[in-house]
Design a protein around this ligand. Sequence first.
Ligand code: HEM
Length: 222
Amino acid sequence: MTETFSDQIRTATWTDHEEAEADGYLKALMEGRLSREGYGEMVAQHYFAYLALEAASRHMTGDPVGRGFVFPELYRVPALERDLRVLYGAAWRDRIRPSKPTLTYVARINQVGERAGGYIAHHYTRYLGDLSGGQFIRQGLQKTYGFTPGEGGVDFYVFDEVGSLPRFKTEYRRRLDGIAVDEAEKRRIIREVKLAYLLNMEVLGELDRVLVPARGSASRAS
Ligand code: HEM
């Protein structure tokens, strides 16, 4: 039996995923070794990336292939704004800046997000991750910082409008499997997913560099 496209993407990029999962910043976050501010830095970087992703999404509504991957129920910007308000206060907009790797990531989303294949690659890498590993991250964050879902802080990981996450992911993979593009374009999508992982790693690497200087001895979150 030939492998479905969703399986092909997963198989071809799982080593990239393993590297992302082993990232030092995420490890420190999951082990409760970062301050609230340290966590807030990642939320701020997410904000700039999702502004770009969701702008690309709105442009896709008229694209015959891309529109199958427009899901307003996934949009994260409103949740990120609630989280940022809790983490940085009412003046949050003045207190956050995109890092250099985030600017590079955003530029790439803007560059390739105008065509369906590029858009889908970046959409898949982030949202399917948020719906999967993101749910473990959320549990860790709730435990470390005591956030209550719906009250800001960790709302980025709460997908209230999606319903059953496993069912949604199954439908998402079904759409990937039925995508009306040729093999060359499928290969380009897989390449772009690998790049999306790399760009995410660069964003996390910068957070690691800035926030986890003394590995293993960073103070516990209070
Ligand atoms: C603490 C870090 C992470 C953990 C524990 C984690 C864990 C997981 C797990 C368990 C799955 C499989 C879920 C399933 O089969 O339904 C998954 C899927 C996925 N994750 Fe992660 N992940 C992490 C970080 C990331 C990062 C940083 C990204 C991207 C930037 C990412 C992107 C994805 C994607 C795209 C999938 C879907 C793969 C597929 O089934 O096609 N993950 N993750």
